[in-house]
Design a protein around this ligand. Sequence first.
Ligand code: MN
Length: 506
Amino acid sequence: MFTIQGKTGDWEVVVGLETHIEVLSNSKLFSGASADYNPTVAPNTQVSMVDVAMPGMLPVLNEYCVDQAIKFGLGINAEISHVSRFARKQYFYPDLPQGYQISQPAEEPPVVGRGWIEIIGDDGNPKKILIERAHLEQDAGKLKHDVHPTKSFADYNRTGVALLEIVTFLDTKNPENNSYITSPDEAEKYLRQIREIARALGVSHANMEEGSMRADVNVSVRPAGAKYFNERCEIKNMVSFKFIKAAIEYEAKRQIEILENGGTIDRCTMRYHPDEGITTVMRSKEDALDYRYFPDPDLLPLIITDEQIERVRKTMPELPATTRARYIEKLGLAEYDAARLTETVDISHWFDAAVNGKPERAKGVANWMISELFAHPENYDITNEKSGIVDGMRIITPTDLAELVDMVAAHDINGKQAKEIFIKMLDGESGAPRAIADKFGMKQITDTGAIEKIIDEVIAANGPQVEQYKSGKTGLLGFFVGNVMKKSGGSANPAVVNEILKKKLG
Ligand code: MN
C-alpha cells in the first residue's frame, strides 16, 4: 500500500481521474468538418459554420461518434444509456467561439453509465477500478501565443471535435469498497489501461504527447486506514504519465502539511508546473465558475436502441486483456510472452495469423517473434501480411515464420539451420523457408545409420577423451556432440546424436 509519512503518522492518497480522449471519426461531433486537426494542417481550414457558431447554424449529431462511445462503453463493461441529453456548458474563452461547450452534464445520465476496468493494484493483485460515467462533448480550439510578439491567434480546426470524458467513481457511501485509485502508480496503470482499450477498439489514439488524451486529476488524502474521504483538489489538464505521478505526490504532501497544521482543505482547482514540480491554486471555491448548464435546444435527446448496441457489439475486436488470457490459458504462453505479443493489436493479429489455428506452433512462433523478429522491426510489417522485398530487405510474413517453426518441429531442419534460413531471409533471399532450405541443401540428418557412422569416426579419433568419459567425466558429452555436429556440417539431429552417443559411450 502506498502511504506518505507525515509528522503525525502515515497518510493515504485517494485519486479520481477525469480522462478526455479524442474520438476517432472523419468528422466532428456536430458538424461535417474534418476532425483531423494534426499540426501539419493549415490553421482554420477545417472549420464549418457550425463550429464557429454562425447565427442560425444548427448542430447535427455525428452518429459514428455515438457508436464509438458505445463501443468504448462495452469495452469498460458499462451500461449504455437508452436516453441521454446534450446540454450547454457556458463559459467565455477565445478558443470557444460558441460561448458554450456542448457536453453531457454530471447531473444527467451520460451516454455511457457505470462501468469498471481491472488493473494490477499496488499489492500485486487484480483490482477493479469503478468508472462512474463516460460522456460525449466538444473539444475547444487552440490558442497560439508564440506566433507574434504582441498578438495571439486562434486555430479552430480542433473546435467541435468529439471528446469522450471518462470519470472514475468514488463510492462515498461505501468507502470500504476499495475500488478506486490509491497511489500514483495505480493512476498510471489505470490510464494505460484506458489507452490500451481505446486503441484496441479504434476509439482513440489516446496519445498524451499528441494531446489526444488528457487527464484532470483529483487528489485527496486521509490518515492511513481511515474509511472516509476528505475534501479534494483538482489538477487540470495533465498530459504526461510522469507529471501526473509527480503532481499527485506533490499535491498530497501539500494537503498533508495543511491538515497536520490544523488547517482544512478547500476544494480548488490547481495548476501543475512541471519545471518546478509544484502545484499552485488556479481557482478557489469562491471563484468557481458557474456554467449555467441548460439543455441544448437545438439537439434532440440521444436515443440508443438495443439493436444499435448489438450492432456495435458485433464489430468489437477481442480486447488485449482477453487476448492475453487466451494466450496463457489456451496456448500455454508465459505471462511475459503474452504481454509482449499483445502490446498492440497489430502484433497480436500477426501472431494469430502465424499460429493460424495450430496451438502446437504457438510457443515456437512466440519465441521467434520476441527474440528475433522484434530485433528487426524493419523486416516485418505487422500491418501487412503480404510478402515482398522492400529496399533489398525481405518482409517476413506470418506464413514464413509458421513454416520455419513447423520445419523445426518436424525435424526437417535443426534450430541452427532455421536460424541460418532466417538470416538469409533478413538478407533478402526470396522464396519460402522450405525452398531456401532445398536451395542451400539444408536438411537435418535424422537417419540413424548416417549419424552412427559419424559418431564412430569421432569416437575412434578421440581415444583419450573416451577413456576420461568412461571414468566418470560425463561432462565431456558436449565435446562429442559438438564434434559430431561439426562433422555433419551442422545438419545432424542433435537429439538423435545425443541419444546414440550416450549409448555408445556407455
Ligand atoms: Mn470535459
